[in-house]
Design a protein around this ligand. Structure first.
Ligand SMILES: [Zn+2]
Length: 259
């Protein structure tokens, strides 16, 4: 048993192996891959390896872990996978159109990943930081003490596409990109990609006009359009993929790790 201070309730409890990006996201990829192992390409060490790490770390007590899962994650993952019965989805070449969707839950899901990533000790979340003030503000929002103010935190979701393979969500092997920060003139953006979507959480960095653009989530809206975005138009991800391909090409184990 490993006792520690839970990051959410701040009590000394037995800590769980908490997932930041849900275990189900990793299982999805691992199930589809050979030998139940994904391929990990580390850009820093230029190493390529089989990997079934699900990026967990001791972070939360059992109650807080299930609080995040039942309140935000289960619903959001089902919506993103188009499996949520209460939500109607129409698909077109331009993106996805959701009807009767609870966008606030989706926004808080992205917030909860950011918050947990910032506290996780797993190396995949090393670059993610949170200011104490924003952290405390989000805790109060998670517990429904405040309503999230879009000027402080707002979210955008877009559907990833590639000129060669089309929508990534329809591609048999999916990918997860380590979350990262993008600095803006004012504030910053927390970015991540999984399940074929590109997620952005804007911290003190959007204007009212920007938030009206497609893909921005509206706390009270019942309909949501998630537009396509091409990987080439997200410089950080395009560059990561380019580097990963280069490392793969140069690896003596290239045949062993088919991409
Ligand atoms: Zn707790």
């Amino acid at each position: 048993m490993s006792l520690g201070i839970c990051k959410l309730c701040c009590e000394e409890k037995e800590l769980q192996r908490s997932h930041v990006i849900g275990k189900t996201v990793f299982s999805h990829i691992l199930r589809k891959s050979i030998g139940n192992a994904g391929i990990s390409i580390c850009l820093e060490s230029k190493k390529i390896s089989k990997d079934n790490d699900t990026w967990d770390s001791k972070l939360l007590c059992k109650a807080c872990e299930s609080f995040f899962n039942s309140k935000f994650e289960d619903y959001s993952i089902h919506v993103l996978r188009k499996e949520q019965k209460s939500v109607n989805v129409t698909e077109s070449d331009l993106g996805l159109f959701f009807k009767n969707i609870d966008q606030y839950r989706l926004i808080l899901y992205i917030c909860s990943i950011y918050w947990r990533a910032a506290y996780s000790s797993h190396e995949c979340y090393n670059g993610i930081v949170i200011e104490r003030e924003i952290s405390q503000y989000l805790i109060n929002v998670f517990k429904d003490k405040y309503n999230l103010n879009p000027r402080i935190v707002s979210a955008r979701i877009r559907l990833l596409a590639d000129e060669n393979v089309g929508k990534l969500s329809e591609h048999p092997i999916s990918m997860i990109v380590n979350p990262y920060h993008r600095l803006k003139e004012k504030g910053y953006v927390f970015c991540m990609a999984f399940e074929g979507y590109f997620f952005e959480l804007f911290i003190n960095s959007t204007s009212f006009k920007e938030r009206l653009k497609p893909g921005y989530l509206n706390r009270t809206g019942k309909t949501l359009f998630i537009p396509l975005v091409y990987i080439k138009d997200i410089p950080e991800i395009a560059e990561s993929i380019r580097q990963a391909r280069r490392i793969h090409e140069a690896s003596p184990d290239k045949e062993k790790y088919k991409l």
